[in-house]
Design a protein around this ligand. Structure first.
Ligand code: ZN
Length: 218
């Protein structure tokens, strides 16, 4: 097995709607045809990622690819469908889909586990004077955390809404204390309601803390 210590990200420079009525396999076949026409032995890339996030294997990883001059021997080449007319400083989302974003992150994570010697993940534009893959891979990689945060905040927020609506129901029940206070079984019921209110209050405090933590107040 060859030594693999790098992943290089590319794009196919095709339009977003390119071959959109065709399967991922058909698209990969077409790209492979371009590369065979150049006299290469196989598709230059090892993986291609379709607009819907489908990951296709092309050239076997054991074999060196043909995608980045001077880096082929020890790297894995991944290409995203899209990027036509894009610029090297574009944001990922300007040329590619959220499904491709998730699929590329997942594939990189899988490959890093499989090949622990991988030290660098770069865009073609970092090793050659190219626009490809039409975004800055380092910036995109570093943005992973900020993209995860809104999701976590959303979950905490929905829990807070649920907890506060329970609190409203419970507080609407508390005026009953004065009316039915005299009967023992009702006292038990009221104590139960109060216990729920107390638990909700504690829960809300915790959720608020979680929310603050989510917003970066750690
Ligand atoms: Zn490229």
């Amino acid at each position: 097995m060859r030594k693999i210590d790098e992943i290089i990200v590319h794009c196919t420079a095709t339009r977003p709607e390119w071959m959109s009525d065709n399967s991922t396999a058909a698209k990969v076949k077409e790209v492979t045809k371009w590369h065979l026409d150049r006299g290469w032995s196989d598709c230059g890339y090892h993986y291609l990622i379709d607009r819907d996030g489908t990951v296709a294997e092309a050239r076997p990883v054991e074999k060196a690819g043909a995608h980045a001059k001077g880096h082929n021997a020890h790297s894995i080449g991944i290409s995203l469908f899209g990027g036509h007319g894009g610029d090297q400083d574009d944001k990922f989302a300007e040329n590619f889909t959220p499904e491709q974003d998730r699929a590329l992150r997942r594939l990189i994570a899988q490959l890093r586990m499989e090949y622990p010697a991988i030290k660098t993940i770069r865009g073609h534009n970092e090793v050659s004077a190219k626009m490809c893959p039409c975004f800055q891979v380092q910036k995109w990689l570093n943005s992973a955390e900020t993209e995860k945060r809104p999701e976590r905040a959303k979950i905490a927020q929905s829990k807070t809404i649920q907890a506060s609506s329970v609190a409203k129901v419970a507080s609407a029940a508390t005026p009953l204390v004065g009316v039915v206070g005299g009967l023992p079984w009702q006292n038990l019921a009221i104590m139960g309601v109060l216990a729920v209110v107390a638990m909700v209050a504690l829960g809300v405090i915790d959720l608020e803390r979680l929310n603050k933590w989510n917003k970066g107040d750690r």
